[in-house]
Design a protein around this ligand. Structure first.
Ligand code: UDP
Length: 259
């Protein structure tokens, strides 16, 4: 069988040509990077977990009317998606001070924000994804006014929905990153949610203990990355199939709690 054509390889995913025009296959790797790829590693099983978690979240978002690139999951590590023209902007939504915001402004991590903040970063690894404003986005034509409005509007709707979803399973949605893409209907471009939503691009803290259930475990060498991702999947009600699935076992529970 001819090897299918690889379109793009990123840090955590590979995109292959899809079965029909306008589709792609998104493959989730176990590779993890942080600090603009200065720190590299592997989290065994992460790809499987992120594929399933992202499928679940995108399906729920589709259900509340957010247009997404997700079509269906194909297997443990792959999903069929719509091909989009990626908008070169990372949209970050914050509810609680953490990470770069904490560092930049010297505000203690964990401080709740009086209102949700939406930030934009220009996607450019060589530049380290610099923060930009809507002025830059419009001036350099990375998105137009209508697209920018649609992205901000969807980001807030996603935040409202996901904050509630995670609160219901004892998790605080601290912040997260979204990426959007453009699809073309004749000459008319439309913005849809793309990429993935998983613990790789979200900060998720256990509401009771404050325990981090996201990629900060890798970034900050806390250990127990897989167990944390498994815990998120478990609370979302995913992988209920039994011992072969990614359900947390007792050993993993112990590791996660550092005992
Ligand atoms: N984030 C991401 N990819 C990036 C930068 C940030 O997914 O290239 C996510 C990150 O996981 C966090 C949120 O966006 O949930 C805000 O990240 P922050 O700006 O605090 O940067 P960091 O501290 O991760 O460098």
């Amino acid at each position: 069988m001819a090897r299918r054509r690889q379109i793009y390889e990123g840090k955590a995913k590979i995109l292959y040509e899809g079965p029909e025009p306008g589709t792609l296959i998104q493959y989730f790797k176990d590779d993890a990077t942080a600090f603009n790829a200065q720190k590299k590693g592997t989290i065994n099983g992460k790809g499987v977990l992120n594929n399933r978690i992202s499928e679940h979240v995108f399906t729920l978002l589709g259900g509340i009317g957010i247009p997404t690139h997700f079509i269906r999951r194909l297997n443990m590590r792959e999903q069929l998606i719509r091909q989009v023209e990626i908008v070169p902007i990372e949209v970050v939504v914050r509810n609680v001070v953490a990470g770069s915001l904490s560092k930049r402004l010297g505000i203690e991590e964990g401080t709740p924000l009086p209102r949700t903040i939406v930030e934009y970063y220009y996607k450019d690894d060589a530049l380290g994804d610099p923060m930009v404003t809507d002025e830059h986005i419009l001036a350099f034509g990375w998105a137009n006014q209508e697209e920018l409005h649609d992205m901000a509007d969807m980001a807030i709707r996603v935040n409202d929905f996901l904050s509630g979803l995670f609160a219901g399973i004892g998790i605080r949605l601290v912040d997260f990153k979204l990426e959007f893409g453009r699809i073309w209907d004749n000459d008319y471009g439309r913005i849809i949610l793309a990429d993935e939503i998983s613990p790789d691009g979200c900060r998720l803290w256990d509401i009771q203990s404050g325990e981090k259930l996201d990629k900060d475990r890798f970034r900050r060498d806390l250990g127990g990355e897989v167990e944390a991702y498994q815990e998120v999947a478990r609370r979302l009600g995913l992988f209920p199939e039994g011992p072969d699935s990614a359900v947390l076992d007792l050993e993993s529970h112990r590791k996660l709690r550092g005992k």
